[in-house]
Design a protein. Structure first.
Lengths: 390, 329, 321
């Protein structure tokens, strides 16, 4: 048997449309006989058979458009193959990345009203710690030129240079900022907490099976199930996905879950995964991995830091059984998950060991009450019993 | 015009005839294989087949020595094969492999072989004629008795460079043998739609270049005419032009739906298939048997399949060599 | 001697010294050359070595390619860059491409000389400066001799190159007097030259504009601005190292050429400075080029369409003073 494929009939041809069959199954063809008419977008051309034999099967109908190389028909060849079955056309090795030459560092376009400073003048000002807003520019359009900065250097008392903070300074400043936020949280937000213990056996079993069929690089951690459940549960209690705007609650339409990430060397950040409820588990896993990597490298974007609408903290393997957190203002809720443990559980009146997790909601009593908090956790629990729906 | 071989040819003559036939068969089978490979996506870009015109390349090459220069066009596979360029290196070039005659840099339209003095392979119609004139100029200036054979099509006759080259070659008495393969169509434009005077040989005569028309479907006629013309050119008689009247049985390229000519016309010309008619003649003269023909075919098929295998197995030029040979290292 | 005499001296020495060298072009023989560069050469070397061609730029440049392929060292003279458009196909698709397309088997040691530029009221079809179009093409080199010494040295150097060289001689320079050692040989054809040292601004240019730049530098010096003048000399491949080093020193550049501003070679130089010297610049690179008009005939109009000394001075002052 041999395949008659949609031929390449022009340098640009990517696909062809069958116009008409000129042979039927059972017809004899010689190599070179025309067996079909094809529209190549440039013209209607006759297509010749590459094999001699009998038409066995036609795979397309007139009007079908298929890519070049797709099988159109099958021929039952007689005797030895005239032409050895062709190996698939191998594309040449993809061009390695070529260096396009030294890349310029493009300075952001100067906004209207902003200071115009020549690059070399800017550099000198930074080196000398000179505040450019105190330098009069004498270049065209008031541009600050090198000579202006040089002159200023001899006059103005230099401020301490804003050198890149040493690592120790950075850690200290982070601690200070966390301290400020937590103090404010404690001071301003009337917290209440509700807790539920959730049977995770179905979720874990599902996850195990799911991961077995995924390639290693795409396997999921159970933490993404928790994050997704926390995000989807907000549909039931949308007022938990909100910010406190001074004197009223402002619910947010989009769900951006802030994920608490511990940093090596101390410190905590909780950057957002945007539109968490719309992501598949795979996507969520990838984004989480990326976020953790960048958070630890200090490369978060400002939108990630400022956009969370709710925060999830999960203590993981080393954590305590439950956590009652402090909300990050101006959010109104924080979901906490403790360590996954095995505990006795009652199933149909009989004790069994089940993997369970303690889930807590810390909520702003100005925005929610205990009942709504309970409804939220119940929804989280329900979702985790149907992990395939996450 | 056809020549009749004398009865009772010597063995050498028979061997020569078989060489002619083998040369034409080699081109035919190579081109047919290229057509398949192109349709399968193994050969990319353009493909201009020489099927039907084999008698011209094979016949004309008989008049040339290894020292002579050859300039061709984008429909050059036949000339390259007839010149002796190995099918392996041509097929590899068509595949774009590093072992191709142009190292994969040229493709179907740009075959080059410095050793065999095959100077391309030009994709701009008429673009090779001035280069041929220059090659001949160098030979004349240095007193070398060489011929520069310049193949081009009827389409090139419309380009200014044809007229300029005729003029300059005659004015300076340059040893160029202009070989116009008139297959009646420049892509889809018939000769009589593009030329006020369609007699190409006559045009050359207007520049003082001796010329005549030859039956391009008859390999012996082509051979005889080219030998005669080349001898004159080589002896310092100045340029000559032969208008070889031939026909391509396939379209201009594989994308050509051939809307500009009738099937009947193609079939009429196919009755004068240079390979079929020559084979018949040799059979009639009992210079070729069925077994002999089969042996030729098998031999040619082996060469072609060997070329395909070579091309398949050959490596690609590394991308890191992109900037090599733009200018001297 | 004059620029034209300098080139003629190189032609003469080349024809004498290497039998492979010959000159061909329109009116190079009996007429003595449209710009009198080849006067007397036909008489000295005969019609085989100094060949008058019919008016067929494409074919005689193509024939130059063929002859170069086959062992000769032709010098093709195209009367002006304006007529070279008729030969562009041979330049682009054959001369520049044969080495690469043949996988390195062939090379084309061809030298092509042509007169270029405007400023002589020759009208729109005879005043083009298209050096930038040639400098765009990989596979060839492009030279712009601006001094009498370079007129000789560059031609002799070009004849040693294995690949095509295009020498662009600005027509207004032919009668210019200057210094040259008549016994000198090939000069460098890879590097630009600093013709005047300075510290406040780099004036980067080529061809006839060199002299305008130098004059502008003199005027600027009176105002306390010391301009460095860089003569590019080689338009392809550009000697970036030299002009970048100049800009690193002066921190500002004005690139000057006669060609139309849009997409001119000055844009390439400007982009390279931007890419490689961004942080040392005190002000954005400026360009002075031809106005976006076909060359007018009337004197005041043509003058207004071409870069003048005052234009160069004005641009420097606008940015530095």
């Amino acid at each position: 048997m041999a395949d008659l494929v949609m031929p390449v009939l022009g340098a640009d041809m990517k696909a062809g449309e069958l116009v008409a069959w000129l042979k039927r199954p059972g017809d004899r063809v010689q190599k070179g006989d025309v067996f079909a008419e094809v529209d190549t977008e440039k013209a209607v051309v006759e297509v010749e058979s590459m094999f001699s034999g009998v038409i066995e099967r036609l795979l397309l109908s007139p009007g079908d458009k298929v890519p070049v190389g797709a099988v159109m028909a099958v021929v039952r060849t007689e005797g030895p193959e005239e032409v050895a079955p062709p190996s698939p056309a191998v594309a040449p090795p993809a061009a390695a990345q070529r260096r396009a030459g030294p890349r310029p560092t493009i300075a952001p376009a100067a906004a209207a009203g902003r200071l115009r400073v020549s690059p070399v003048a800017q550099k000198l000002a930074e080196e000398k710690g000179i505040d450019l807003s105190t330098v009069a520019g004498t270049g065209p359009g008031g541009r600050v030129m090198l000579r202006d900065v040089e002159e200023a250097a001899t006059r103005v008392v230099a401020r301490p240079a804003a050198a890149a903070p040493a690592p120790a300074d950075r850690a200290l400043r982070m601690r200070q900022s966390i301290a400020a936020a937590m103090s404010r949280s404690h001071r301003e937000i009337p917290h209440f907490h509700v807790e539920s213990v959730i049977d995770m056996s179905r979720a874990i079993a599902w996850l195990t099976a799911e991961n077995a069929r995924r390639p290693v690089a795409e396997r999921l951690l159970y933490g993404v199930l928790l994050i997704k459940a926390a995000a989807l549960a907000l549909r039931k209690v949308p007022e938990a996905n909100a910010v406190w705007a001074g004197d009223h609650v402002e619910p947010k339409a989009a769900v951006h879950v802030g994920v608490a990430i511990a940093l090596p060397g101390g410190g905590l950040v909780a950057p957002a995964i945007h539109d968490t409820d719309k992501l598949s588990l795979g996507e969520l896993m990838a984004k989480l991995r990326d976020l953790v990597q960048r958070a630890r490298a200090g490369r978060l974007r400002s939108s990630e830091v400022s956009d969370p609408t709710i925060t999830v903290t999960s203590l993981g393997e080393q954590g305590a059984e439950s956590v009652f957190g402090l909300i990050y203002p101006p959010q109104v809720a924080l979901v906490g998950f403790g360590r996954l443990t095995e505990r006795p559980w009652v199933v149909e009146g009989r004790p069994e060991l089940r993997k369970v997790i303690h889930a807590s909601l810390a909520a702003d009593h100005r925005a929610l009450d205990g009942y709504r908090g309970s409804v939220y956790l119940a929804e989280v629990e329900r979702l985790l019993q149907e992990p395939e729906s996450l | 015009m056809t020549t009749r071989p004398a009865r009772g040819r010597k063995a050498a003559g028979q061997s020569h005839d078989l060489d002619l036939l083998r040369g034409m068969l080699r081109i035919r089978r190579f081109e047919e294989r290229c057509s398949d490979l192109y349709q399968l996506g193994k050969i990319r870009g353009f493909l201009h087949l020489y099927i039907g015109e084999e008698a011209v390349a094979v016949g004309a090459m008989q008049a040339l020595t290894p020292d002579d220069n050859i300039v061709s066009t984008y429909r050059e596979h036949g000339h390259a094969l007839a010149r002796g360029m190995p099918p392996t290196s041509l097929m590899a070039e068509l595949f774009g492999k590093a072992t191709g005659c142009s190292r994969g840099r040229g493709g179907s339209m740009h075959f080059f072989d410095a050793e065999r003095r095959f100077y391309g392979g030009y994709a701009i119609v008429g673009g090779g004629l001035p280069v041929a004139v220059g090659l001949a100029l160098a030979d004349k200036m240095t007193g070398r008795a060489r011929v520069t054979a310049c193949f081009f099509g009827d389409g090139a006759v419309a380009e200014g460079e044809f007229h300029e080259s005729m003029n300059l070659a005659k004015l300076w008495d340059l040893p160029v043998l202009f070989l116009c393969e008139n297959n009646l169509y420049a892509m889809g434009t018939a000769l009589d739609v593009s030329q006020s005077v369609t007699d190409i040989a006559f045009k050359a005569q207007a520049y003082g270049v001796p010329s005549r028309a030859v039956d391009g479907m008859d390999v012996l006629a082509v051979e005889a005419a080219t030998k005669e013309a080349a001898a004159s050119v080589r002896a310092g008689g100045g340029p000559q032009l032969l208008e070889l009247r031939t026909y391509r049985f396939r379209g201009h390229s594989l994308a050509d739906p051939e809307l500009y000519r009738s099937k009947e016309e193609v079939e009429r010309w196919m009755e004068r298939d240079p390979i079929a008619t020559f084979t018949e003649r040799l059979r009639d003269l009992e210079l070729l048997s069925d077994a002999g023909l089969q042996k030729l075919e098998e031999g040619v098929k082996g060469e072609v399949e060997g070329a395909v295998a070579f091309a398949e197995e050959s490596p690609w030029e590394p991308v890191d060599d992109l900037l090599k040979d733009v200018t001297a290292p | 001697m004059t620029y034209r005499e300098s080139i003629r001296s190189a032609l003469r020495d080349a024809l004498r010294g290497d039998q492979r060298v010959f000159l061909m072009g329109e009116d190079v023989g009996r007429y003595g050359g449209a710009f009198a560069v080849s006067r007397g050469l036909l008489q000295e070397f005969g019609p085989d070595r100094v060949r008058d061609t019919p008016l067929m730029e494409s074919t005689f440049l193509g024939a130059g390619i063929g002859a170069a392929l086959n062992g000769m060292r032709p010098i093709v003279e195209i009367m002006t860059i304006n007529f070279s458009m008729l030969a562009m196909d041979q330049v682009l698709n054959n001369a520049a491409t044969l080495r690469y397309m043949s996988g390195g088997q062939l090379n084309v040691p061809l030298v092509v000389r042509m007169a270029t530029g405007g400023g002589r009221q020759m009208g729109a079809q005879h005043s083009h400066s298209l050096e930038g179009w040639y400098a765009h093409i990989p596979g060839i080199s492009v030279l712009a001799p601006a001094t009498v010494a370079d007129g000789r040295g560059m031609l002799l150097a070009a004849l040693q190159e294995p690949d095509p060289v295009f020498i662009m001689e600005h027509a207004t320079l032919y009668p210019m007097e200057g210094e040259v050692d008549e016994a000198s040989g090939p000069c460098d054809i890879r590097k630009a030259a600093v013709r005047r040292e300075g510290t406040h601004v780099s004036l980067i240019t080529y061809g006839a504009c060199l002299w305008k730049a130098l004059a502008a530098a003199e005027q600027l010096a009176k105002k306390g601005i010391e301009a460095e003048v860089v003569d590019l000399r080689v338009l392809r491949p550009l000697d970036s190292e030299t002009f970048l080093a100049s800009v690193a020193k002066t921190r500002g550049a004005v690139v000057i050429e006669e060609a139309w501003r849009t997409g001119g070679l000055a844009a390439e130089v400007s982009a390279q400075i931007m890419e490689n010297a961004f942080d040392v610049l005190d002000w954005p690179v400026q360009r002075v080029g031809g106005a976006e008009v076909p060359a007018p005939f009337a004197k005041q109009m043509e003058d207004a369409s071409l870069p003048q000394i005052e234009d160069i001075v004005a641009v420097v002052e606008a940015n530095l003073v």
